[in-house]
Design a protein around this ligand. Structure first.
Ligand code: SF4
Length: 701
């Protein structure tokens, strides 16, 4: 009997990237957690059940091409030939920007890199972006401006365990990444969240601002830090610039004014600052709650201001960080699938960056297109007179995950040609003209970069079923059919990574000193140049900014930000605010986790959390269906009465399809810098679901 095969790898889902060991036995694949630093033997329910993904009943196992309105099985030659023919025709008729590419924050570094290269060279399109735009873009913009570098956590997760106090602004790790909570067991937690989440339940102090007011709260906390004398004058003078302008803005945010705007009592504001300032080791962490606003960049910047005033970033045992969401949310934004970036976190408008990357790719720099439009703008323009006529989607499900989902679904429907590469028939895949079945996590090698900026090996355990190919093989096959040299698109992940190393060399996210062999034995965090200062192998950079920030003068920048209202306010027609987020048993659009029986049983359908008083006024009963309506659409969801909810707020998770899609409600108002949509604030009304009516536009089956 053959020996069971075993590999050390990581969970397929979130950015914590918990370490696991997979074993393939006769009875199937089993998973156990490893003593990896981020999870130390822990997993959440999603991680424990992840092997179910390997044999979901509706796994895509052969290419499908739409004929006579139906998706029917086809061979690879037919499918790839169809795609290449249609793309070639549309490009010839409408130009290269007629074809768009939409990637995902779950793709390995190798896939993200090759997808960006494929878009720029094989298609020649500027129109590429990815769903990470909806996740981390505000923190990325604020982090780059403040520190000169964007790495979610500039320190290992394990550092948090020695902290005295951690402030979490708009993050709910107790539900989104439970194993992280073991690192937050010792510190006192200050949680800022409109909901009393599972994380807030464990907090020493919970500040519960109205949705969309956390920027005012952050300004008020800076005000308290300055006026009550808690700020670190020496640190501010020696390590930062721009304090005076930021302080002036904060000076108008008296605690009483902040209480009026946010609902957070003055005493709680003062207590939060006092806790942070008196702690020897303290951290400020932000998450999607701070980011997913039309002012998300300024909101994150305001929390960074607070952390700078208290002297935390770049200090041993203290700091500021952002909790990344998607599995490769960090690496996915470093290697070229973002509209304005080239590999190594280089800007596509930077002449030196274009020169470097084009040399690695063996093309003249002028071959590379310029920056494209951001995710929502790209999706919203599909099928419009000057917008893309075709789109290729890799590892994303925008029909469920994009804001203003009915509009985006209509735009997807209006395309001349839609291609989706996925391993399950997601809601977006079911709309496609061609569906390309690709490998998933345990069937492929590659690298992921977790929320700490640590690069990890994903290892293949078993072969994929049926006629499934890897995303790299798909890109290779398409590029070849589009007339590109075959060797320009390697299919072996290791070979792609070797090229990525060269392309990233000298960039902000420098991976040139990392290789698969080193990753087998070392913990490597970027930047990791090819050589260390003494000519030996660079050890990587677990902790950033200890000796200076990444701006040329080594100083961090305060941002002079000002509060502004959410893009949409309550009014007579829509008297409540809806906020959206995640729930423990589901992940992102749910395309994967809704197919796992245990997770489906734990969280089977859309729900809406409502305060009992709000529910009574609206005529709602616990467990009954409600219809939630915004200016953009309606959602049908089951009522959960939650006494800790604000009476002016309802909450919906965004994992569910059909008429339970929370994103039918969400507002696509964009942050001016990060282009992040306002997922967290929509004006709504709520009432009983009228029997016999259909509440929302259906996604075609
Ligand atoms: Fe997977 Fe994230 Fe859960 Fe860890 S916390 S098991 S990485 S989903």
């Amino acid at each position: 009997m053959p020996e069971p095969r075993t590999v050390a790898t990581h969970c397929p889902y979130c950015a914590l990237q918990c370490g696991t060991r997979l074993t393939c036995e006769r009875a199937g694949v089993t998973v156990v957690p490893t003593d990896f630093p981020v999870n130390r033997g822990g997993l959440c329910q999603k991680g424990w059940t992840a092997t179910s993904l390997l044999d979901v009943p509706d796994r895509l196992v052969h290419p499908m091409v739409r004929r006579g309105g139906e998706l029917v099985a086809a061979d690879w030659d037919t499918a790839l030939g169809t795609v290449a023919d249609r793309l070639r025709g549309l490009r010839a008729e409408h130009g290269p920007d007629a074809v768009a590419v939409f990637g995902g924050g779950g793709l390995t570094n190798e896939k993200a890199y090759l997808l960006g290269k494929f878009a720029r060279l094989a298609l020649g399109t500027s129109r590429i972006d990815y769903n990470g735009r909806f996740c981390m873009s505000s923190a990325a913009a604020a982090g780059n401006a403040a520190f000169g570098l964007d790495r979610g956590l500039p320190f290992p997760v394990t550092d948090l365990g020695a902290a005295d106090v951690v402030l979490l602004a708009g993050a709910n790790p107790a539900e989104t990444m439970p194993p992280l909570m073991q690192h937050l067991a010792r510190p006192d937690l200050v949680v800022i969240d409109p909901r009393r989440t599972a994380t807030a339940e464990r907090a020493a102090l919970h500040l519960q601002p109205a949705p969309g007011t956390d920027l005012a709260l952050a300004l008020g906390l800076l005000h308290v830090a300055v006026v009550d004398g808690w700020y670190d004058d020496g640190y501010v003078r020696e390590r930062t610039s721009g304090f005076d302008a930021a302080r002036q803005r904060a000076m108008t945010w008296w605690p009483e004014r902040v209480e009026r705007v946010t609902g957070v009592p003055v005493g709680a504001q003062r207590a939060a600052v006092r806790m942070l300032a008196q702690a020897e080791r303290a951290y400020v962490l932000t998450g999607r709650g701070a980011e997913q606003h039309s002012k998300g960049t300024d909101t994150v910047a305001a929390f960074i201001n607070l952390s700078l005033a208290l002297g935390l970033p770049g200090r041993e045992g203290s700091g500021y960080g952002c909790l990344t969401g998607q599995g490769n949310g960090q690496g996915g934004r470093e290697h070229g699938q973002k509209a304005d970036q080239l590999p190594g976190y280089r800007m596509i408008t930077d002449e030196a960056a274009r020169e470097h990357v084009s040399r690695v790719w063996g093309v003249p720099p002028e071959t590379l297109p310029g920056p494209g439009s951001s995710a929502y703008e790209l999706l919203s323009g599909l099928g419009t007179p000057h917008g893309p006529r075709a789109m290729l989607v890799f590892g994303s499900n925008p029909a469920v995950s994009a804001p203003h989902a009915a509009h985006i679904t209509a735009r997807l429907s209006s395309l001349d040609f839609l291609v989706v590469a996925d391993f399950v028939p997601s809601e977006t895949a079911r709309m496609a003209d061609v569906v390309l079945p690709v490998t998933q996590w345990a069937e492929e090698d590659g690298t992921m970069t977790n929320l700490e900026g640590r690069v990890l090996r994903r290892r293949r355990l078993q072969n994929p079923p049926g006629h499934v190919r890897s995303d790299l093989e798909v890109l290779h096959g398409l590029a070849r059919r589009l007339g590109e040299p075959a060797q320009r698109y390697p299919t072996a992940p290791r070979e792609v990574f070797e090229e990525l190393r060269r392309a990233s060399a000298g960039g902000k996210a420098d991976y040139s000193g990392i290789d698969y062999e080193r990753l087998d034995t070392e913990a490597l965090y970027w930047p990791c140049p090819a050589e260390g200062p003494d000519g030996t192998a660079h050890p990587g950079t677990p902790r950033l900014f200890l000796h200076g920030f990444a701006h040329p003068d080594g100083r961090a920048r305060f941002a002079a930000v000002e509060h502004r209202a959410a893009a949409e306010s309550v009014r007579a027609e829509f008297p409540l605010l809806a906020t959206t987020g995640r729930e423990l048993a589901q992940y992102q659009s749910g395309a994967q986790t809704r197919r796992v029986a245990e997770l489906d049983a734990a969280a089977p359908e859309a729900f809406v959390e409502v305060h009992p008083d709000t529910a009574e006024r609206a005529g709602l009963r616990a467990g009954a269906l409600a219809v939630v309506t915004s200016a953009r659409g309606e959602v049908v969801a089951r009522v959960r009465l939650v006494a800790s909810m604000r009476t002016d707020t309802v909450f919906l998770p965004f994992h569910f399809p059909g008429d339970g899609r929370a994103n039918l409600l969400t507002n696509p108002a964009l942050d001016p810098r990060s282009r992040m949509p306002e997922f967290k604030v929509a004006a709504v009304r709520i009432g009983p679901h009228p029997p016999g009516t259909t509440a929302a536009e259906e996604v075609p089956a």
